[in-house]
Design a protein around this ligand. Structure first.
Ligand SMILES: [Zn+2]
Length: 264
């Protein structure tokens, strides 16, 4: 029996909120970030923002918060992010955006000497068909594929190695548990639009762009468009925050995101 009417109403309200806001709970990358932060001996200071307050939902300064623009789209595919040590702490990390958009996103910190048993359990779960997403020149030809094959009763799970290029290559070489999965090699038809960090090569795609290409290959074309548009909006907010300029919510990038989300 309810102790008070107020208590009953409060529980009912919480239930409604949790049903209405599926993204309200912290996603996998946010949880990984929190875990990594709790292990830090000294606080991690994001470049350029020593004591600036940041939104916990999108990591941007509150005046440039992106949270209300997060797309809510269904996807068939899942994403598994293996992240280099401090990657989840960087406000510019775009694996976070994948977790915002793709409900079935899993994220694990990578270490050469140990592996999370939960990662091994995920990779051996029969509902998933894992693909390691990596350039073909680093893999044996026999493992390389360029397309996602539809397998009955299985959903594609894209394993993205999220770090600097050197870290990603190390993860690829030194993770024996990945070596029996196909290597999905992408043909980036456009150069990276990523302007937040200087890429080591112009054709080097950032994690969110790679994620969007994988979604498109898996047939999740609407989600791919939404993720691309959301990435552009994130870039815009991030850069404008850095320049201390306001964002224009009716400019082209915002309209494209609205269109991509409306097309659902
Ligand atoms: Zn926010």
């Amino acid at each position: 029996m309810w102790r008070t009417e107020l208590e009953r109403r409060s529980l009912a309200f919480r239930l409604i909120v949790s049903v209405d806001l599926p993204h309200a709970l912290p996603h996998a990358v946010a949880r990984l970030r929190a875990a990594r932060l709790s292990r830090s001996v000294k606080p991690f200071l994001a470049r350029g923002g020593p004591k600036g307050e940041r939104c916990s939902g999108c990591r941007l300064v509150p005046s440039h918060c992106l949270c209300t623009l997060r797309p809510d789209v269904p996807t068939h595919a899942g994403m598994c992010l293996l992240m280099a040590d401090i990657e989840p702490l960087k406000p510019s990390n775009t694996g976070w955006l994948i977790a915002d958009v793709v409900a079935d996103t899993f994220a694990f910190g990578w270490a050469r000497t140990e592996v999370d048993p939960a990662l091994l359990a995920l990779l051996s779960d029969p509902q998933w068909q894992p693909y390691v997403v990596f350039p073909r020149e680093f893999a044996d030809d026999a493992r390389v594929v360029h397309e996602v094959t539809h397998v009955t009763h299985k959903r594609p799970l894209f394993i993205l190695l999220d770090g600097t290029w050197d870290e990603a290559r190390k993860m690829f070489r030194k993770s024996p548990y990945l070596q029996h999965f196909p290597v999905l090699s992408l043909y980036p038809e456009q150069l990276s639009r990523y302007q937040l960090r200087r890429a080591q090569s112009e054709a080097h795609l950032c994690t969110a762009e790679v994620g969007a290409m994988c979604l498109a290959l898996a047939g999740d074309t609407s989600a791919a468009a939404a993720l691309n548009a959301y990435f552009d909006v994130f870039t815009e907010h991030y850069l404008k925050a850095k320049q201390q300029l306001p964002v224009n919510l009716t400019d082209d990038v915002h309209l494209r995101l609205q269109m991509a989300t409306r097309a659902m």
